[in-house]
Every structure is written in structure tokens, then in C-alpha cells.
Design a protein around this ligand. Structure first.
Ligand SMILES: [Zn+2]
Length: 227
């Protein structure tokens, strides 16, 4: 089996609970101009959906389905980005998410097998399986963006990282300790270059540090979805 792309960061806060955040973060820009995309082709997109328990193991996506999923990710990133910026999202992106919400029936069908008894399953062709998965992702996004934690949705401030997170702490600015460390190192270097003494900024660094380290202790590293 060929090796799947692997994002070298733990899951951002909120991505384990919200599959929509996991999808937003399935592509990330890394330092050095590197970009990792876990949905880069149909095989990788299949592995991502299977890894997130959104389609059965034996599913095989076609390129059409992969493009649909990548399109949903683009539209969700547009709407989440507007939400974080306090702006109105483009109607085109809202329409696309609404199509994903309504294009698939949410109900799992009831069936019966000797020895197994009654069970529920989506017995659909692959296209409908993917539409079903996209409906669940869109539903998760709509609930998150209008729910109690909507104000905690944020974007990592450690450029070039472009991952989203759901803040576990009001002062959290980074998706991961690694991103926080990178920004702090850059600030320290800039201060050294300018010869400026430590300022209130350094105080903020310490706060961030405490927040990030604390979060790091309390949450187990997430497994690589495409490993
Ligand atoms: Zn980050």
C-alpha cells in the first residue's frame, strides 16, 4: 500500500469533536512553502473518509466524488474564514453548503440478516455514500457555527499555518504547540535583531506558552488519519 500524506501536527483543538474542522484542516500550509493535502487524489480522499468513519471500509471513491469533497472543503473554508473575520460569507459558498446539507437523506436504512438480526446501514452506491458523508460534515459545520462554541472558532495565527481550531481557552492563538513555538522564536529573533528590550509582548508570549503547554498535557496526540 502506498504511503498517504501525513500532516506533521497533532489534530487542532476541536478537530476530534467536529468533523467539519477536521475537513477544513485536511490541507495545511507549512513553513518552507510546503503544503500537505490529505485529499489530493481519490485514494487519499477515500482513506480520509474511512479514517473518519464517514464511509464503510471497502468504499472506493471516484475522481468525481473526490472533487465534490474538495469543493465542500473550499466552501467551508470560505464560510469559516468569513465567520472568524466577522464578515458576511459569500452567498455562493452558503448555497453550496446548503446543497450538501439537503442532497442526501440523513436516515440510515433498516435491514435484517440471519444471525445478525436487525441493523442499520446506508446501502447506497458510492456517490450517495459520499453525499451522505458530506451532509454529515455540513450538518456539523452548521451546528458549530450557530452553536454555543461559535465564538471560539478561530484560525491559527502562526503564518503560514492556515488551520482552524475551536479555542479551549480565550487567549489561545495557535493550533498547536509547534505553531506557537515558531511564532515565539520569530518574535525573540526580531527583538534581538532590533536590540529592543523585552516588552509587554513577552508577557503575552508567556501567557500563550502556559495555555499551549496546558492544552498539550490535557489532550492526547491524535492518530494520523491516513496512516
Ligand atoms: Zn497552526
Amino acid at each position: 500500500m502506498r504511503e498517504m500524506p501525513h500532516i506533521p501536527l497533532p489534530a487542532a483543538p476541536g478537530a476530534d469533536e467536529h468533523v467539519s474542522v477536521a475537513l477544513l484542516n485536511s490541507a495545511v500550509s507549512l513553513p518552507g512553502g510546503r503544503r500537505v493535502d490529505e485529499l489530493a487524489d481519490p485514494e487519499e480522499a477515500t482513506a480520509w473518509l474511512v479514517g473518519h468513519h464517514l464511509v464503510p471500509e471497502r468504499t472506493t471513491l471516484l475522481a468525481y466524488c473526490q472533487h465534490q469533497l474538495v469543493g465542500l472543503r473550499d466552501d467551508l473554508r470560505t464560510v469559516f474564514g468569513a465567520h472568524v473575520a466577522g464578515e458576511r460569507p459569500p452567498q455562493r459558498a452558503l448555497d453550496a453548503i446548503n446543497r450538501a446539507l439537503t442532497s442526501a437523506p440523513n436516515a440510515l436504512l433498516l435491514d435484517h440478516e440471519p444471525g445478525r438480526g436487525l441493523y442499520r446501514a446506508s446501502a447506497h452506491p458510492v456517490t450517495q455514500l459520499v453525499e451522505h458523508a458530506m451532509a454529515r460534515i455540513a450538518e456539523d459545520a452548521a451546528a458549530l457555527l450557530t452553536g454555543d462554541r461559535a465564538a471560539q472558532v478561530a484560525r491559527c495565527e502562526a503564518s503560514p499555518c492556515d488551520r482552524f481550531l475551536v479555542r479551549t481557552h480565550g487567549r489561545r492563538h495557535w493550533c498547536s504547540t509547534r505553531c506557537g513555538d515558531r511564532v515565539r522564536a520569530a518574535r525573540a529573533y526580531a527583538r534581538k535583531q532590533s536590540g529592543a528590550p523585552a516588552t509587554a509582548r513577552a508577557g503575552r508570549d508567556r501567557d500563550d506558552n502556559a495555555v499551549d503547554r496546558g492544552a498539550g498535557r490535557s489532550s492526547a496526540p491524535a492518530p494520523a488519519p491516513c496512516g
